[in-house]
Design a protein around this ligand. Structure first.
Ligand SMILES: [Zn+2]
Length: 608
């Protein structure tokens, strides 16, 4: 639906909106809190210079900060919610800006905290935590602070590095402007010759449709627009990579990869293990491309055929049916999990369900300890929308259990852990739907949804991660990185991954790196693939009936940020430093391909 055809926000039924009034009862209540907070933030000055006074003084500072975080977070959550459901609402966008300003003000006011803790010293802090037991809950935070200290330089160097953050943001901003605002696309052409206007949103839609001529011309138009700026885009990305290498060296890391993974205390083995295991299982993907080629009845499969529907008779479902499907899939986690989720979806209004004019395109979960875990989606009544909802509910349930079991200081968790919880729900729901002996169209629709998700996060993302590793290593070795170098490298990586069943134009396919703004967040995308791996491995344990597996999974959700992500996941029963979870995920993938091969058997030669 085009934006203009959508209802205005004011026309959306109350029960289909999320429960913003549970955060603040009115904008006026929000305004009052917004005016009270600056004084509360300034009041933190009373702790400055006093953390070393003793364990009681330190405990009181930790407690006051928790309360302040809770208040600022609630303010931010309400403003974020109002802004994203109607980005044209000027009052909402002003409030959103104000809340971000207050958050920054709080962070600045509390800038003394970590340096004072470090000055007290780890040994003395350990003694204090024994002397004052309520202080001991902060042990992980303190451990992490001293761990990170290994790469903190002198005050003068840190000041200089800190000042680089803004100028170093340039390449990402430039890429955004170029690819989201300045690039224009020639129209695509439908099979009947009609011109189709092209934009990024139009591309996604056209690639999911049956008209192959439209898919081809849309894909070509999209990549040709990027190719026209290949030198600018390559120089821009190379600059970003050089900045990452510079920052890693300035902070004395062995490599930019090591620096990126250090944040979450992850060994580089996690990354190498993912891409090595991915590479060795590429034949599973290649089996899929071959059966997809047969299913679509094309001579040679092209990259623009990867999203084409395997059936046009796709099931529709309404919101309550989607909730039922998700709950049925997650039943093995037990009554508490399922009834909490159901209540959130049907009674407590966690979810803002449908599209309206001005509502943001991105679908996400949000919230703060002390609020509901909220979700924004644009549900359109299909399996893909149901699966997105299951994904976001995975994040929300992670937050729900974390907030119910952890103090404020551990109320947030890393993306590395988060993407396990979200993908886990999708894995469980898909397994449930496929176990129901569905009819052919339903089965095809479920597999199509699953494969399209796996394609993005378990095929493209690991391939991009390989691209990132190679480009960073070239810079680290002092080699150049031109547009043609990047195009060649990307084309080679995709040629290896696609294998013999897929044919493509090397220039266009080689240019796809430029379409992923993610590459400006250093070594970010691999976490989607580790997330999907951890998720499918854990779902498999539960579906196979491993004793204690569901309980262990819930313990992972409850841990929040109180453990390093790898340790939290080990408690759940999965070790992402080993190939096992990636192999388990390929098992799931392989099972889906088996089903497709049964549905689209190779043409048998008729007996004479
Ligand atoms: Zn997610």
């Amino acid at each position: 639906m085009t934006e203009a055809a959508l209802p205005p926000r004011s026309a959306i039924a109350h029960e289909d909106t999320w429960n913003a009034e549970s955060v603040f009862e009115s904008p006026a209540a929000w305004d009052a809190e917004q005016q009270a907070l600056p004084a509360a933030i300034e009041a933190m000055a009373r702790h400055q210079g006093h953390l070393a006074d003793g364990p009681e003084a330190l405990l009181s500072a930790f407690q006051d900060i928790d309360v302040l975080y809770g208040r600022v977070g609630k303010l931010l959550t309400y403003a974020l919610m109002a802004h994203h459901v109607d980005t044209t609402d000027q009052d909402a966008s002003r409030r959103y800006g104000q809340s971000q300003g207050l958050y920054a003000q709080m962070a600045g006011r509390l800038g003394f905290f970590d340096p004072e803790l470090l000055a007290i010293g780890q040994d003395r802090l350990n003694e204090w935590m024994q002397a004052e037991p309520p202080l001991a809950v902060n042990a992980h935070y303190i451990h992490d602070l001293f761990r990170r200290q290994a790469h903190v330089r002198s005050a003068e160097v840190e000041q200089l590095l800190g000042a680089l953050a803004d100028p170093f943001a340039g390449p990402h901003t430039t890429a955004n402007y170029l690819t989201n605002a300045d690039l224009t696309y020639r129209p695509a052409q439908a099979a009947d010759g009609a011109e189709l206007p092209m934009s990024v949103a139009a591309l996604d839609k056209i690639l999911g449709e049956a008209d192959r001529a439209a898919r081809r011309t849309a894909w070509e138009s999209y990549l040709d627009a990027h190719l026209a700026f290949k030198n600018t885009l390559a120089s821009n990305l190379a600059t970003s990579i050089k900045q990452n290498v510079f920052s890693a060296r300035a902070r004395q890391y062995g490599s930019s990869l090591e620096a990126a993974l250090f944040v979450d205390n992850l060994p580089v083995a996690v990354f190498h293990n993912l891409i090595d295991t991915f590479r060795s299982h590429l034949p599973t993907w290649q089996r899929y491309w071959a059966v997809r080629r047969r299913a679509l009845g094309v001579d040679s499969l092209q990259p623009y055929d990867v999203w084409a529907p395997l059936t046009t008779r796709r099931p529709t479902l309404d919101y309550p049916q989607a909730v039922d499907m998700i709950c049925a899939g997650l039943a093995p986690l037990g009554e508490t999990y399922v009834s909490t989720l159901r209540r959130g979806c049907l009674e407590e209004r966690w979810i803002d369900k449908y599209a309206n004019q001005g509502k943001t395109d991105s679908q996400f979960s949000a919230g703060w300890q002390g609020t509901h875990p909220f979700i924004l989606i644009r549900f359109e009544g299909d399996l893909g929308g149901m699966s997105t909802m299951a994904h976001e509910l995975g994040h929300s349930m992670h937050s729900y259990f974390t907030w119910a079991n952890q103090p404020m200081i551990y109320s947030q968790y890393s993306l590395f852990a988060a993407e396990v919880a979200s993908n886990f729900n999708q894995a469980m729901v898909r397994a449930h739907l496929l176990a129901q002996n569905p009819d052919r169209d339903f089965e095809l629709s479920v597999i199509d949804e699953a494969m399209s998700n796996f394609h993005r996060y378990f095929f493209i993302m690991p391939t991009l991660a390989r691209f990132e590793l190679e480009t960073h290593q070239r810079v680290e070795r002092g080699q150049g990185l031109t547009a043609d170098d990047m195009i060649e490298l990307m084309a080679d990586l995709f040629a290896e991954a696609f294998g013999p069943a897929v044919h493509f134009d090397r220039q266009r396919m080689g240019m796809t790196w430029a379409t992923f703004g993610h590459l400006y967040s250093d070594y970010y995308v691999y976490q989607y693939a580790t997330g999907i791996s951890g998720a499918n491995a854990l779902a498999r344990r539960i579906l196979l009936g491993t004793p204690g597996a569901a309980e262990a999974y819930l313990e992972f959700l409850k841990a929040g940020g109180s453990l390093y992500p790898l340790d939290a996941l080990k408690r759940a029963g999965v070790d992402l430093t080993t190939p096992k979870p990636v192999e388990d995920t390929f098992e799931v993938l392989s099972g889906l391909v088996d089903r497709l091969e049964k549905l689209f058997p190779e043409q048998s030669i008729a007996p004479k």
